[in-house]
Design a protein around this ligand. Structure first.
Ligand code: GTP
Ligand code: MG
Length: 452
């Protein structure tokens, strides 16, 4: 309908889970299947994301996905490294990830990062399903490449299938311990109320048709209204990463969840101090695999529409923060857009006290998650910032009156060398970890020691 500028955008699916549980392999499998179907070009590689259109999903999922039943254009998968917090992918004014897949290795079960991901999903109320991955590693497993789970399950001996059942029920039990009512996906009626567990193998492709079918069903049934956007409107997105790129200077890898960004747009981007106003210099997409030998890894594009992952090169981005909002100004009032971005940033900002510990984190989202966790532990914060632990953080921590607060907690960040040295002379303790609750545990142990 040409009179109706709204249209359904692609749902954004975050793929989360503990290190090595198979997140990237799962996406590689989906990409690989498309190549086998002779449809490699149909899957587009974005910055930090992979777009899979509906017809490809349907050709991989076979009978499980009839394209006639859906009007969403496909799925945009965002892979997250195991050590990196998914909170990066959240934003105010539109949870960036619409839905999520929590990948759990059936043999390894729940691990620290699994729990952390669950905690974040709980806080952000993001609907998700669990991919119980690596079912092919169950001893005695007889693989049936790329088949739906029921077909391959029926093909296993009783001994093998009961071993798989055991692992699956353990995962369901773990989910229940965390307050989620879960079951094998074919027993779930309402995916908003219950978490569906889908057994899969990223290696053999078994269960991948089911996984795609459940994701499409979940999006279509529960998210459709949220997918209605003004397709040509000024773009709205979130910074995924801030990166130096040879020949382009500082760039922001951005996930666009509304509207469009054009190569001649003015942007307002959340920065360390104040919103940054800048002009797009280039919009960059990864080159298709076939062209990888060419000099530049990137291809310039004139425009991208939501949902998409895009690298934006522009001046003045040095202070941009991962997790911060990005808004296109276009024909609107610049001041009004700056005010919007400032309000979004204030919404994310952490409340600080006169006395407390210093907190550093890699992204705004992870800073927020840290602040939530510290509030629960009733620990006041004196300073909360995005960035590596630097000497000036040590100075701030050293002024605490209470030795228990002469502390820096760093989540997913590096500690600069001179900060280490300074901490030693100033008697400041630095805790750094990639898992929030371990960080807090380490700190609590330290407090116990002090009180002994
Ligand atoms: P990070 O990005 O480091 O967090 O890991 P990841 O979750 O992306 O895991 P990745 O996909 O890199 O897989 C880790 C290892 O597990 C690799 O050696 C994969 O080949 C292997 N693997 C992943 N999925 C499967 C599976 O279904 N079956 C088997 N047998 N191996 C798998
Ligand atoms: Mg990976």
């Amino acid at each position: 309908d040409t009179l109706d500028p709204t249209s359904l955008r692609t749902p954004i699916v975050a793929v989360l889970g503990h290190v090595d549980h198979g997140k990237t392999s799962l996406l590689d499998k989906i990409r690989g299947s498309a190549v086998i179907e002779g449809e490699a070009g149909a899957i587009t590689q974005h910055i930090g994301a992979t777009a899979v259109p509906l017809d490809i999903i349907s050709s991989i999922a076979g009978d499980l996905v009839d394209p006639e039943d859906f009007d969403l254009p496909g799925l945009l998968f965002i892979d997250t490294p195991g050590h990196h917090s998914f909170t990066t992918l959240r934003s105010r004014g539109g949870a960036l990830a619409d839905i999520a897949i929590l990948v759990v290795d059936v043999n390894d079960g729940f691990q620290p990062q699994t729990l952390e991901a669950l905690d974040i999903l709980k806080r952000s109320q993001t609907p998700f399903i669990v991919a119980a991955n690596k079912i092919d590693t169950v001893p005695g497993w007889d693989p049936n490449e790329d088949t739906p789970i029921n077909a391959t399950y029926d093909d296993q001996t009783d001994r093998v299938s009961s071993r798989l059942d055991e692992s699956l029920y353990e995962i369901i039990g773990n989910l229940s311990d965390e307050g989620f009512s879960a079951d094998l996906y074919w027993r779930v009626q309402n995916f908003q109320r219950n978490v569906g567990v889908v057994p899969v193998s990223a290696m053999t492709g078994e269960g991948v048709p089911d996984l795609l079918a459940v994701m499409m069903g979940l999006s279509q049934r529960y998210m459709k209204e949220e997918m209605e956007i003004d397709v040509a409107g000024p773009g709205v997105g979130t910074v995924l990463e801030v990166k130096e790129e040879k020949g382009f200077g500082t760039t922001i890898d951005t996930v666009l969840y509304d509207g469009t960004i054009r190569a001649d747009d003015t942007l307002v981007v959340g920065g360390m101090n104040d919103p940054i106003v800048t002009e797009v210099r280039a919009l960059l997409q990864p080159r298709p695999l076939a062209e990888i030998r060419t000099e530049s890894r990137f291809e310039k594009v004139d425009e991208v529409g939501a949902a998409a992952g895009i690298k934006v090169a522009a001046p003045e981005l040095a202070d941009a923060m991962a997790g911060a909002p990005v808004r296109v100004v276009r024909d609107r009032d610049l001041e009004a857009v700056i005010t919007e971005v400032r309000a979004e940033l204030a919404d994310i900002a952490v409340d600080t006290e006169e006395q407390g510990v210093v907190v550093k984190a890699d992204t705004l989202g992870s800073l927020e998650a840290m602040a939530d966790a510290l509030e629960e532990a009733e620990l006041p914060i004196v300073r909360a910032e995005v960035g590596d632990v630097a000497p000036r953080d040590v100075s701030v921590a050293s002024t605490a009156e209470d030795p228990k607060q002469q502390v820096i907690l760093g989540f997913n960040v590096d500690v600069l060398d001179d900060a280490h040295q300074r901490a030693e002379t100033d008697d400041v303790r630095i805790f750094a970890d990639e898992v929030i609750y371990q960080l807090i545990e380490e700190y609590e142990e330290f407090v116990e020691e002090l009180e002994r």
